[in-house]
Design a protein around this ligand. Sequence first.
Ligand code: NOJ
Ligand code: CA
Length: 747
Amino acid sequence: MILWVAAALLLAISCGETVRSLDETLLTSPDGGLTLQFGLSGSGRPYYALKRGGEDVILPSGLGFDLTDGTSLKDGFAVVSVEKDSLDETWTPVWGEEDKIRNHYNEALVSLKDSLGNAMNIRFRLYDDGLGFRYEFPLENKLVYFNIREELTEFALTGDHTAWWVPGDYDSQEYNFKECRLSEISRYCEEMRIPNASQEGYSPWGVQTAIQMKTDAGLYLNIHEAAVLDYPAANLLYDPARKTFQIHLTPDAQGVKGRLQAPCKTPWRTMMVCPSATDVLASRLILNLNDPCVIEDVSWIHPVKYVGVWWEMITHKTKWSYTDDYPSVQLGVTDYAASTPHGKHGANNENVRRYIDFAAENGFDAVLVEGWNEGWEDWFGKKKDFVFDFLTPYPDFDLPALNAYAHQKGVRLVMHHETSSSTLNYERWMEKAYTLMNQYGYDAVKSGYVGFIIPYGERHNSQPTINHYHYAITEAAKHHIMVNAHEAVRPTGLCRTWPNMIGNESAMGTEFRARINPGHTAVLPFTRLQGGPMDYTPGIFEQDMSITAPGQEGKMHHTLCNQLGLYVTFYSPLQMAADLPENYERFPDAFQFIKDVAVDWDRSIYLQAEPRKVIVTARHPKLSTLNASAESLAKLPDGRKDVISGAARFVYALPEDAKSLKGATPHDVWYVGGVGGPEEQTVTFTLDFLKPGAQYEATVYADAPEADYETAPQAYTITRETVDASKQYTLRIARGGGFAISLREIL
Ligand code: NOJ
Ligand code: CA
């Protein structure tokens, strides 16, 4: 209270106004650790502040908006009412890191009105692990239709914290994370902005959400947002003099930062406050702030482990396109059948069948095929509205036959819709494209948004484009299609409401190859993955691009075991084994881990963590969803009915002679994964999560003593031993390294 008054007085001096204390403590978190204060300044501006155990976490920080018509929603307010509430519920995600999530908060709805009749309410929810708040504009209001010039929400910080961040940008999120002090952001911002097909920065002090921070006292703070719908995505702008972040929204093509109509609400602004880094990974704040699932029948949504005709195009071994004959192509006019193929088209019948065979033999659910449809000759950099129709295959891709072949082998094909960022064109074709998928038995689509957005001038993160991504999700749900969107806005927990959103890229993924810095994957779970799973596409065993694609250059900055660890440290119900089949065939013993590992979990334990340095996670598979993919395939007319084939990823839990989990007593199974950063290190942890008294066969995939991402990336050891819950491991993680452990109960 004394500190709050002192802060209020300081504010009074600096702004020439006083902050009246509305309520010394507006809210306390359920465990009493966090306290939220709220008040109005002398000019009637709403302020909030947050403390943990009596210590400041967020100093008095302003709230409100400036509107494009000159209306100020940052002063002149009076409090009309304060309503308090609380909730303690446990909900069941369709897929996730655990089978039950507790949503426990205390809430206050502060209703504000100014003398002109503008009504703005602020709903605060205080959890044990952080704060969420959003603005709500009720129907009874002078404000009906209004446009935002800027949202003025602030986060005033208590010190020059260490931060892990990517540059603020309206279009791209595909950047390495920088670790530095907040005061140093502008020094590094430009060098972090590596070239991208579409990007637009706004300030050397701009960063994106989520940003992870650590105070000198060792408290982990994370600013993000939840449930971004019909509103632009938020970046942040840092003011070093005031040590304050302010929200910086993405403008639309006309510079408007949100067109609203009351009644409406903004996304949640969030500040996670955790005493340890492992608590950040365990936090479900973002998911909890989203609405419950609205899809009634979720039986068609299932985890997917997949391979793809993909890495070969990314590495330029083959191509998405079909011919070099024409300087430009036009769908419906260009006669592909009459053209001369350049001979490097990856999505050809023979090659796709090779991947299907590989998937079937190794127990994958699906094969992604990119470059199957006409138009790729004009895909990149043309800023062309109509590039693809999402319907017409190239002459050498027999869509019906390849699907039938896959289904008979016990796998599905994953559809690919590169929109070339013409959201306009994708919406024109979407219904037909999804209907085609239904006709041939595709139940998942990877979409993509490379290049600047069309309608011209829109951004990847502006309100109209956010509405497009959401439209795609809801239309896909009507067709029972799961969506994995690349280059779309970073997710903000909407997968709780629409669990057909099984993946997103929305950060720098494996495709950036040698440009990915070591330690990148030890930051992503703190930041990008807080909003939902990432299709990071791990599993690259061959780091040297000249071996994968002769004539190419560059070496990736990870060891082989680092890639294995990612299957556990990154949560995603959609996991790819991204490397070429021929690269996996060179390392069959290490590939075994990717075959064995599950992708959906009923329990996750975060054993060790520090951003950019290390993450060690243990997970227990959720047996109830294990056969879901195979069962859904068996329902197709040409689908293989023998569930084991499509479900081989679960064999690790099955007794040797069982054909299915049904009726079998599975082995208890755990997986542990670890990933490191730029420095070599040793980690120690105990398997005390195993069933007491039970014995397990442990298979440990570890960086060999000489392993190092630069000098010996493929040096690994595999050891097998019998262990129990008392087992303590001390493992070396190489520079850019990692490890993976499979634990299978001995029955
Ligand atoms: C970028 C995506 O991230 C990548 O996965 C995809 O292969 C290309 N776009 C082409 O759509
Ligand atoms: Ca991408």
